[in-house]
Ligand binder design. Structure first.
Ligand code: AGP
Length: 623
């Protein structure tokens, strides 16, 4: 996710902006920039890569001013480059904007602006914002000297007018060289916080950037905006009416603040999953059939129709997501789909048929096995679609097509929100492929899209199981082995639940297809063996119920996930976790959440290093 900082005060802005951006580095970024206003002139400096590159640039070419904006960019639309780095400016170089979020309708807006003479220097969605503000302020171009009060009001009105035209998510800030004492900020669906100091004020994406200056903060709510000067800050609702906001005092230290108060990044990222799914779905559902998949990935309906098979390559959690993808693509898009770990694919001399679309799934975009496997497939003449969370990484750069998951950087080694993003992307791909191939009827496609839109709320509801899960974790934290079982799309969910537990708690855990238990694993069951069974509503619920009874009859401690209102598990499981109802095809996105929390609480109770488990790395860039 991008990082935003702003300053209005009596000190030089640049050092404060750089320090604030440094404290937001944990959010992940690939380029950075600052803009300041001084003596009626706007100055901008931007660079690719680490903040030190921006610092070096500013050391060579210092820019001064007591008011400014800073930004670290996590590339979404358009790869990492100086041209794509924020702040972005208008044609006249008087207005600068920084933005965290996605402007969904930026293409039609960009076309309108280009037709009206605006020149663009980047491929970002954000760059439409300063040009739209410029359009709103056109009337002031010819005006002579203007009062500070008038120009500040003009900028605030212009920003509000622009926000009525854009669709999407934003935390943004704008400055104008003709209003040198003011920053206008606004928020919808991306975080923005105002820091209130002594004769100085601040804006930031997150509290860590503020704590060395002030602990008195105001969080903007969706639709609200702020007009910030060095000596006062006014707040407005979506109608432009001034409102009162009560500051709160932050008690966290800066390390805790990076985790926004959560004990670990992993727990923060588990709780970020509703937002990760929301951001990955944004602008990609309705209107169906409007070519959104072609715009987003480059895959046309004809290409989807002529694809005869899919071959998914991935590792670890991404491989588990790929197995879910196989079930979805075969059952709902009618595409024969193979899935395997990239490390196996590389060395088994696979037979690759033409008209095969290879899908490489990778959160980091740097996994060596996946990168090598996709290159091998490409050298055999196949094309690769990357489903990734890190634009500009090696795998999306190597791929022929890209489908980005907007989960924001994932800091915990154990992958959580990226898995939710991958399943969301695979569901979208299945929906659009099923439609393009005439395999999924329009009514079913519409129902799918509506149900996808409901997932963030269902995830928020599922998070409410945390207290019950923490109690179960108390009971299981001393176990030496735990089995996970599931069927259909929840067989990979069982694999993923077991991986979460083993990689952060060091308890031996295995996932099995529930139907496989009688072919061997049942021998492992005894009264010391806890079993986690995924038994939410599905075509194979009764079969899974039988597997639960088989294990229970042999003394297993049974923890079962089921759908709210299901009574047939009563008396058959020692703990029952009830999840909100959802279609079987989307159930892994919900079902994995309690398993992530179970692994987290067990590992935390065992005193393990949850975010940096032993022997593991976040990105496996070696074989
Ligand atoms: C998952 O919790 C692990 N961190 C690991 O299995 C990971 O999923 C795997 O290394 C693949 O990483 P990638 O998605 O970045 O390619």
């Amino acid at each position: 996710m991008c990082g935003i900082v702003g300053y209005a005060g009596s000190k030089q802005a640049v050092p404060i902006l750089l320090d604030g951006l440094k404290r937001l580095e944990y959010r992940g970024y690939d380029s950075a920039g600052v803009a300041v206003v001084c003596d009626g002139k706007l100055s901008v400096a931007r660079s690719v890569g680490k903040l030190s590159n921006l610092g070096d640039l500013l050391a060579r070419r210092p820019i001064g001013g007591l008011l400014g904006l800073g930004h670290t960019r996590w590339a979404t639309h358009g790869g990492p480059s100086e041209a794509n780095a924020h702040p972005h400016t208008d044609c006249a170089g008087r207005i600068a904007v920084i933005h965290n979020g996605i402007i969904e309708n930026y293409m039609p807006l960009k076309e309108f602006l280009s037709e009206n003479g605006h020149a663009f220097t980047s491929v970002t969605d954000t760059e439409v914002l300063p040009h739209l503000i410029e359009e709103e302020l056109k009337g002031y171009d010819a005006a002579g000297p203007l009062s500070q009060r008038l120009t500040e009001a003009a900028l605030a009105d212009a920003v509000r007018a622009v926000l009525k035209k854009v669709r999407g998510a934003y935390a943004l800030a704008a400055i104008w060289s003709r209003a040198p004492g003011v920053i206008v900020a606004a928020k919808k669906d991306s975080p923005l916080v105002i820091g209130l100091g002594e004769r100085e004020n601040f804006i930031a994406s997150d509290v860590p950037a503020l704590l060395t200056h002030t602990r008195r903060v105001v969080y903007l709510e969706d639709g609200e905006s702020a007009v910030m000067r060095n000596d006062r800050c006014s707040f407005f609702n979506a109608l432009g009416r001034e409102i009162e906001k009560t500051p709160i005092v932050i008690e966290w230290d800066s390390t805790a603040a990076e985790k926004t108060g959560y004990r670990h990044f992993m727990l923060k990222e588990i709780h970020e999953q509703p937002r990760a799914v929301e951001n990955t779905l944004r602008g990609r559902l309705f209107p169906l059939n409007d070519g959104v998949m072609t715009r987003e990935t480059g895959l046309t309906p004809d290409m989807l129709r002529s694809t005869e098979r899919v071959h998914i390559l991935a590792c670890g959690t991404s491989w588990h997501a790929g197995i879910v993808g196989k079930y979805l693509l075969e059952r709902h898009a009618g595409i024969s789909t193979q899935i395997e770990t990239a490390s196996e694919f590389r060395y088994r001399h696979p037979v690759l048929a033409p008209k095969t679309l290879v899908i490489a799934i990778s959160q980091s975009g740097e996994t060596a096995d996946t990168l090598a496997a996709m290159r091998q497939a490409q050298s055999a003449g196949l094309q690769v679609l990357s489903i990734g969370n890190t634009l500009g990484a090696a795998i999306p750069r190597q791929a022929n097509f890209n489908f980005h998951t907007y989960c924001g950087p994932e800091c915990g080694v154990a992958s959580t929100k990226a898995f939710a993003g991958q399943l969301t992307a695979l569901s979208l791909l299945t929906l659009h492929a099923g439609l393009a191939r005439g395999f999924m009827p329009d009514k079913e496609a519409h129902d799918w899209a509506e149900e996808l839109q409901s997932l963030p709320e269902l995830l928020r509801k599922t998070l409410k199981l945390d207290a019950q899960i923490r109690a179960i974790a108390q009971e299981l934290s001393k176990a030496e082995h735990i089995l996970y079982i599931g069927r259909g799309v929840n067989y990979p969910t069982a694999l993923e639940g077991a991986l979460k537990l083993k990689e952060i708690s060091y308890i031996h855990a295995e996932g099995f297809a529930a139907g496989e238990m009688k072919h061997g694993p049942l021998a492992l069951i005894d009264p010391q063996m806890p079993v986690v069974a995924i038994a939410t509503q599905s075509d194979v619920f009764e079969k899974t119920l039988s597997n639960i009874e088989e294990a229970k009859a042999r003394g297993a401690r049974m923890i079962a996930l089921c759908t709210e209102g299901e009574r047939r598990l009563w008396g058959r499981a020692d703990h029952i976790l009830e999840l909100p109802p959802v279609g079987e095809h989307f159930s892994p996105i919900l079902n994995i959440l309690p398993l992530q929390l179970l692994a987290y609480h067990i590992a935390d109770l065992r005193g393990c290093d949850v975010d940096q488990p032993r022997n593991l790395a976040k990105s496996v860039t070696v074989e």
